[in-house]
Design a protein around this ligand. Structure first.
Ligand code: NDP
Ligand code: MG
Ligand code: MG
Length: 340
């Protein structure tokens, strides 16, 4: 089994002596900056004037323009949206890096696909929390954490790995587990997971189930509860105890249905197509398409987004959630997301 590090396995003196610039104060940025600061690290937030600047200042952070924050820092964690990183890197980050500094990321995409080419005389590492930013913050406040992967792309000082681990500890990941990876593995598995299973696979599965029921004449509200709402309860059971725990909790009829019908839905053909998705990730074909889509100002992304938001499952869902005040709990997540 791979070695998983925890809080007490990791020394943090190596990073305590340094200044960390957290560039960006969005989903990940606000969590990293606040967690690191509360863990006793010396943090400056790098931003452009705007919404995030005000929020970071209100949270008690020292805030500077990206170029100034980078110039005074030893470790620069880049937490901008991936598609904005190359230009901010060229204009504001690269000219202000000094030999021996460390350049860090929370996702390997830009370095792995050569959209950001770091100078040879800096350390380059990633610390990728395996969870959304608002959870990185919330679990930290609760005394827990989100697991992180760390990986070294370039080790100029000989300290890159130690600094990366200390960083992961600082954001609270030592409480949940810190595991070594490479930029290639993190990038390819992250893209595959979100495309095939977590986001792409799941949203397509939910929509197909909903459409099958409504096209057969069943009420959309019933189809919504069955195919979307209940999903959370099932996923919570898996999260807590794997498939076995989920199957223990559902009825034996549901478990039998799982065994005989699941494989009629997701079969060997599905797996073959998953391999196709993985292949496009590995060859860079997916990355190329996404980079070009951004350069063209996202025409296809925006068109699909509008269409998806108008899907009947979304319309019914909005109405039903209005009537379920307890689901509003997730509004907290939404508001956190909106402020950041
Ligand atoms: P966000 O979209 O939440 O980041 C937005 C932040 O970037 C805002 O503070 C925004 O400031 C700032 N920003 C955008 N453009 C610029 C610019 N040109 N100059 C200065 N600041 C700018 O990003 P995420 O937190 O989602 O992602 C950050 C990194 O973390 C990515 O590499 C991503 O892959 C990775 N990651 C994200 C996860 C997540 O949970 N979202 C999970 C794991 C990894 P302003 O208010 O001025 O626009
Ligand atoms: Mg991702
Ligand atoms: Mg049932």
């Amino acid at each position: 089994m791979a070695e998983v590090l925890y809080h007490n396995d990791i020394q943090d003196e190596v990073l305590k002596a340094k200044k960390v610039a957290v560039v960006g104060y969005g989903s990940q940025g606000h969590a990293h900056a606040q967690n690191l600061k509360e863990s006793g690290y010396n943090v400056v937030v790098g931003l452009r004037p705007g919404k995030s600047w005000t929020k970071a200042e209100n949270d008690g952070q020292e805030v500077k323009r990206v170029a100034d924050a980078v110039a005074e820092a030893d470790v620069v964690m880049v937490l901008l949206p991936d598609e904005h990183q190359p230009s901010v890197f060229e204009h504001d980050i690269k000219p202000n890096l000094q030999a021996g500094n460390a350049l860090a990321f929370a996702h390997g995409f830009n370095v792995h696909f050569n959209q950001v080419v770091p100078p040879a005389d800096v350390d380059v590492f990633l610390v990728a929390p395996k969870g959304p930013g608002h959870l990185v913050r919330r679990t930290f406040e609760e005394g827990a954490g989100v697991p992180s992967l760390y990986g070294v792309f370039q080790d100029y000082t000989g300290q890159a790995s130690e600094v990366a681990k200390a960083y992961a500890k600082g954001i609270g990941s030592g409480r949940a587990g810190v595991l070594e990876t490479s930029f290639q593995e993190e990038t390819e598995t992250d893209l595959f997971g979100e495309q095939a299973v977590l986001c792409g696979g799941l949203s397509s599965l939910v929509k197909a189930g909903f459409e099958t029921l409504t096209e057969a004449g069943y009420q959309p509200e019933v189809a919504y509860f069955e195919c979307m709402h209940e999903l959370k309860l099932i996923v919570d059971l898996m999260y807590e105890g794997g498939l076995e725990n989920m199957r223990y909790s559902v009825s034996d009829t549901a478990q039998w249905g799982d065994f005989v019908s699941g494989k009629r839905i997701v079969d060997e053909g599905t797996k073959e197509r998953m391999k196709g998705v993985l292949n496009d990730i590995q060859t860079g074909a997916f990355a190329k398409g996404w980079i070009l889509e951004n350069q063209a100002n996202r025409p296809e992304f925006n068109a699909i987004n509008v269409r998806e938001n108008q899907h009947q499952i979304e319309q019914v869902g909005r109405e039903l959630r209005e009537l379920m005040p307890f689901v509003k709990e997730s509004e907290k997540v939404k508001s956190e997301k909106e402020v950041v």
